[in-house]
Every structure is written in structure tokens, then in C-alpha cells.
Design a protein around this ligand. Structure first.
Ligand code: ACO
Length: 377
């Protein structure tokens, strides 16, 4: 969107740097991480393997994976000081505020905060990856009036999230659906939150500051906050037969329909078919009239939006309903996105530092002409 010659509002269409981490291939409408199609990673690999791929550039071999898993599992517990800090935050604040505060606190505690070497940053990244689910789960439980459940080092990353949130692990098909969402959310090139992390990093600030800022950027409903907004919207509509009428009213009121549209994909988000398949399996497995009603509404709104506006769903559309069906509270949806996207953010932080240039664009001034300061009265 160019508003005037040389001005690219929202940086739309502007290429600001190179990246080796991921790309959207427009011709085939596909997304690759380090060259591998994301649908193949989602079908064949674990989230831990994908995290390794994003950080180190290659999938781990068996020994590397075993070492990676052992280190991640050992880093999951939160110390008492952190748990006390989290318990003092008001329950009226959004869980994204809790997560942002937790990462900022981890940064303040980090004894090697001034060491920005790739090895040091990878160690910090792994610690964040391991601890974020513990924060999210403790916060969801606190809001339900329940004590936190410590992490279980015998469980995989995705399984452990369920264990800490609910005290039990569902069947492998539900865990796999969750893991697929984590793989799909992990990385997406220069999206708003990743770019935020790169801007902060470009000043040679530290990793925790960059991730804290990225969490703030992801929180907004035009970005990661959309997965929560999708569920609120479905609950607001309620009846599948109302989907078309509701949409017409919402569009007439110039409302943004959450979970639809994308800055990069105009013919549909390449991640949606994979997530929609996983969601369809969840729905079929539930065999519950209430779940069927929500799935019917979800499909009806998608159909109405595509036929009325030609705007397709993005990943947040199937992911939002999937997280609801898994039992997560709606305000935990975007924090779950953070658990995953922290891998992409931190891969970009390392890449930015490897060939850094301060990110500092220009603006076209549209304010007052220069004028004299009036004498103070
Ligand atoms: N609902 C209604 N209209 C929409 C939507 C939508 N979800 N998305 C785009 N449009 C319309 C706009 O109103 C605009 O119409 P106009 O030209 O008549 O004014 C046109 O399509 C272009 O939209 P922009 O907002 O200019 O496109 P942009 O590329 O800037 O927006 C964005 C992308 C912000 C994601 C937008 O589609 C949107 O707001 N979607 C809803 C929020 C959402 O789902 N965000 C998640 C993004 S994906 C992710 O973070 C995983």
C-alpha cells in the first residue's frame, strides 16, 4: 500500500533484509523452514526437532535430539521467586501481560545478560522455550483457583503443556493436533512481532528485551491476539444459521473479521489446510453435538467470508477453535502462540546479530512549518 511516492505505510511490500530462516513461496503458496516445507515438518517431525532446525539450521540426528530434549526438560521448572512474582500480578491483567513480565524478569535475573554471543543466546533461547509453558500453565491454573503443577521431565514438550495445565495428558491424537499447531506457529519470516525483535536487537540490546517487546507486538488482535478474538467471535455468533447474517452486519459496520486476511497471503494461508485437517480430526473424535455445532458455525462463517469478500482464513482461524476444543481458556491462546513463536524470534535475533545494521527508517514530515516559539506569558 503506497500512500504517496516513496512512502510505504505499514512497510507493505518493503524488503528490509535477507533471511535464511524461512520463506513464503508465492508461486506454490507454501512456507518453508530452512528449506523444508512446513506441511512435511508438521506431518513427520516433533516440535522439538523443528525448534532445533530453526536455531541450528539442520534437523537434529538422534544423539542431538536426545541431548536437546534432555536439556529442555531440565530447564522447565520455575523457582519460587518467579512463582511468587507471578502470583502477585493482578488476575485482571491479560495472560500475555503475565508472560511479558515473566520474560522481562528472567532477563533481569540473567547473569550473562551482556554476552550476546550465538552460543549464549541459544542457551537463553532454550531456557525461555522450556520455561514459557510453565508460566502459561501456572497462570491458567491460578485464574481457575488451582495450584501450579510442576513440569514432568518424562513427557515431551507438547504432552507436558497438557500435564501442567490440566493434570492429565489427553490421547495422542489431541497432543499431535496441539503439536502441529506449535510447528505451524513457530516461524513466519518478518511478521510484526519478529520484526519487533529484530528492531530491538539491531540496537545491540539483549535477547530478553527483544523477546519482551515481541510479546507485546504479538498480543494485538491484528497479529497473534486474533486466535483469541476468533473464539470470542464464534461464541458471539452462537448459531450456525446466523453466520451469514452476522457477517453482513459486521462487514456493514466495517468490523474486521478475526482470523481472516493476511498481509502476505492473498489466496489463502498455506498453513491453514494442515491445521484445518488436524481440527477436523479433533471434531470427529469428540462426537459431541456441541462440538459439531461449533465446527458447523466455523465452516459456515469461512464459507460466507470467502464468498462475500474473497478473503480467506489465516492460521488463527482453525487454531483458535482447536485450542478451545482442547480445553484451554481463551486468554491462554495467544500465550500458547508465544511458546511456539519464541523459537522463530530467537532464531531471528541470532541472525540479526550475525550481520547487524541498526534498523532506523525515515518518515516524511507532515507537521507544522518551522515557527517561532511564542514568548512565555
Ligand atoms: N475483515 C474484514 N475486512 C478485511 C479483513 C478482515 N479480516 N482483512 C482484510 N480486509 C479488507 C480490508 O478492510 C481492506 O478493505 P478495503 O481495501 O476495502 O479498505 C482490504 O481487505 C485490505 O486489508 P488491509 O487491512 O489493508 O490488509 P493488510 O494486509 O494490511 O491486513 C491483516 C492484514 C491486518 C491481517 C487483516 O487482514 C486483518 O485485520 N485481519 C484480521 C486480524 C487477523 O486475523 N490477524 C491475524 C493475522 S495472521 C497471524 O498473526 C498468525
Amino acid at each position: 500500500m503506497t500512500t504517496a511516492p516513496g512512502i510505504h505505510r505499514g512497510l507493505a511490500g518493503v524488503v528490509v533484509d535477507t533471511t535464511e530462516i524461512s520463506t513464503v513461496i508465492q508461486e506454490t503458496n507454501s512456507l518453508t523452514y530452512r528449506g523444508y516445507p512446513v506441511q512435511d515438518l508438521a506431518a513427520q517431525r516433533s516440535f522439538e526437532e523443528v525448534a532445533h532446525l530453526l536455531w541450528y539450521g539442520e534437523l537434529p540426528d538422534a544423539a542431538q535430539l536426545s541431548d536437546f530434549r534432555a536439556r529442555e526438560r531440565a530447564l522447565r521448572p520455575l523457582d519460587r521467586t518467579t512463582l511468587e512474582l507471578l502470583a502477585r500480578l493482578p488476575e485482571t491483567c491479560h495472560p500475555m501481560d503475565v508472560l511479558r513480565t515473566a520474560v522481562s524478569f528472567f532477563g533481569a535475573e540473567d547473569p550473562t545478560e551482556d554476552d550476546g554471543s550465538p552460543a549464549a543466546n541459544r542457551a537463553k533461547s532454550l531456557t525461555l522455550l522450556a520455561r514459557l509453558p510453565t508460566v502459561v500453565a501456572a497462570d491458567q491454573r491460578r485464574r481457575r483457583g488451582l495450584d501450579p503443577i510442576p513440569p514432568d521431565p518424562s513427557l515431551g514438550y507438547a504432552e507436558n503443556v497438557f500435564h501442567m495445565c490440566f493434570g492429565s495428558v489427553p490421547g495422542p491424537d489431541v497432543v499431535r493436533c496441539f503439536e502441529i499447531s506449535l510447528i505451524l506457529y513457530a516461524e513466519h519470516s518478518f511478521n510484526a512481532s519478529t520484526f519487533t525483535a529484530r528492531v530491538v536487537t539491531s540496537t545491540l540490546s539483549d535477547l530478553h528485551s527483544a523477546v519482551t517487546a515481541a510479546i507485546g507486538a504479538l498480543k494485538g488482535p491484528l497479529h497473534g491476539g486474533a486466535n483469541e478474538a476468533v473464539m470470542h467471535m464464534l461464541l458471539e455468533i452462537g448459531d450456525p444459521d446466523r453466520a451469514g447474517e452476522w457477517l453482513d452486519e459486521a462487514l456493514a459496520a466495517k468490523r474486521k473479521i478475526m482470523g481472516f486476511g493476511h498481509r502476505v497471503y492473498k489466496e489463502g494461508d498455506s498453513r491453514v489446510p494442515i491445521m484445518q485437517d488436524a481440527l477436523d480430526r479433533l471434531v470427529a473424535r469428540a462426537a459431541d453435538p456441541e462440538v459439531t455445532r461449533l465446527a458447523t458455525l466455523h465452516a459456515a462463517l469461512r464459507h460466507a467470508m470467502i464468498s462475500r469478500k474473497g478473503i480467506h482464513p489465516n492460521l488463527d482461524y482453525p487454531a483458535g477453535l482447536a485450542y478451545h476444543l482442547m480445553g484451554f481458556d481463551i486468554p491462554a491462546f495467544t500465550p500458547i502462540f508465544v511458546m511456539s513463536r519464541v523459537t522463530g524470534w530467537t532464531a531471528h535475533i541470532t541472525e540479526q546479530l550475525a550481520h547487524n545494521s541498526l534498523i532506523r527508517p525515515l518518515a516524511s514530515y507532515a507537521g507544522q512549518e518551522q515557527r517561532a516559539v511564542p514568548a512565555a506569558s
